[in-house]
Write a protein that binds this ligand. Structure first.
Ligand SMILES: Cc1ncc(COP(=O)(O)O)c(C=O)c1O
Length: 415
């Protein structure tokens, strides 16, 4: 193996690596409403159950399955040369497609094995303002965000409360940001309520006090159109597991380009260096782009599947998926209202997307009973969470909701 640069010259990105699919080249066709029925055939799992848990694990698309088979074939056929002919170009393509999803400039996106690891890298690497120790986190954020900063004794973590248990207005963050605040870290869309936060307002409030802002967009990647520059966040983390139907092991992160030269993660690896194949042990020179946030050898199978899911969603159009999901969640809310079941999800269409949670006694039992009847949902303490896949039909949604409401009603009568 030569140096990274020599090898890159021999194997420029893309050489020997066939695209996993060919996107339509006619720009006009991208804005047309997708053919949902045809797309549904991409997800064989949807023929076997009513899938109302896409925000947890997106179903495997046919092209994801084909990509996994290709991973085995490429490895088996080529052995070591596969790294330069196929695998490193595939990773570069993955970073680029993440950039497309986030509307992020080239060189500002990096790969991570999970969102928790991406947050760990940011927690040590971001150039936070000196002499400040306060980290503000929303009370409804995903636990791993809290754990990340609670595990670091140098930070004082403060949780921004939610008055209604469903939303946190940006003003509630703004009120608590002060001259001691180093960072605001929060999620784009709350995993237990489906509330979509106004990230730009939160980032503006952080910046006006000299603090930085990190957004965890795992629940919006693939269902809400994203533009990290318009959000003005300093860093953004997400992954392909959920709405991108790319399976596990495919998280990623973005850092605002101006900050990248100042980012110095305290845990790192050879893939984060300027020239990994120079094999220099006694000096550490970080890559000049966001690759400096990466670590070591990637679990390549994940990236075959991740790229296939990501490319499929970009082809369908995230804006189209958002509208479809808002229609489906409108109907779920209507059905819950008609049945007199309490929900924890905002009514305003613009403030939600693909998640509705409803009040439920014994949610784990209800989840298991629904599973036995072919309806996949999720349970959280005191709640059933519904997140329909965007190819679920109107008829399936009605049937699924009949069963969900029957079981939720029965559980409340027996308790
Ligand atoms: C918003 C959000 N952030 C983070 C995570 C955890 O991500 P990971 O398991 O990749 O660390 C989840 C998992 O569901 C999540 O919903």
């Amino acid at each position: 193996m030569g140096t990274f640069k020599q090898d890159q010259a021999k194997w420029p990105p893309g050489r020997g690596f066939p695209a996993l699919y060919h996107p339509p080249t006619d720009a006009a066709s991208l804005s047309l409403m997708p053919d949902w029925k045809a797309l549904r055939a991409e997800f064989p799992l949807l023929d076997r159950c009513i899938y109302l848990n896409a925000c947890s694990l997106g179903p495997l698309p046919r092209r994801g399955r084909a990509a996994l088979a290709r991973y085995a074939q490429d490895w088996d056929e080529q052995g070591t040369p596969v790294w330069f002919s196929t695998w490193l170009p595939l990773l570069e393509r993955f970073r680029g497609k993440v950039g497309e999803l986030l509307q992020a400039p080239a060189g500002s996106t990096a790969i991570a094995p999970s969102v928790s690891v991406a947050l760990s890298t940011l927690a040590t690497g971001l150039p936070l303002p000196k002499g400040r120790s306060k980290v503000l986190i929303g009370e409804l954020d995903f636990p791993t965000i809290g754990h990340q900063w609670l595990s670091r004794p140098e930070y004082e973590v403060e949780f921004v409360p939610s008055r209604d248990g469903m939303t946190i207005p940006p003003e509630a963050f703004a009120e608590r940001i002060d001259s001691q605040t180093a960072l605001v870290a929060t999620t784009h869309l709350f995993y237990t309520t489906g509330y979509l936060q106004d990230v730009r307002a939160i980032a503006d409030a952080a910046h006006s006090a000299g603090a930085l802002c990190v957004i965890d967009g795992y629940q919006t990647c693939g269902c809400v159109p994203l533009d990290v520059s318009a959000m003005e966040c300093d860093a953004f983390v997400g992954g392909c597991l959920k709405w991108l139907s790319g399976g596990p092991g495919n998280a990623f992160l973005y850092v605002r380009p101006e900050l990248i030269p100042k980012v110095r993660p305290q845990g790192t690896g050879w893939f984060a260096t300027r020239d990994p194949f120079s094999f220099t042990l006694q000096e550490l020179v970080f890559a000049s782009d966001a690759r400096r946030l990466e670590t070591g050898t990637w679990a390549m199978a994940s990236h075959y599947a991740g790229l296939a899911g990501l490319e499929l969603i970009l082809e369908v159009g995230v804006g189209n998926i958002q509208e479809r999901l808002r229609d489906l969640t409108d109907r779920i809310l209507e059905r819950c209202d008609e049945a007199g079941v309490n929900t924890f999800t905002p009514r305003e269409r613009a403030r939600r997307c693909g998640i509705v949670t409803l009040e439920c006694e014994h949610p784990e039992d209800v989840e298991a009973k629904l599973h036995a009847e072919g309806v996949i949902v999720d349970s959280r303490p005191g709640r059933i969470r519904l997140s329909p896949h965007w190819c679920v039909t109107a008829k399936e949604l009605e049937r699924g909701m009949d069963l969900v409401l029957d079981h939720v009603g029965a559980a409340s009568r027996t308790s």
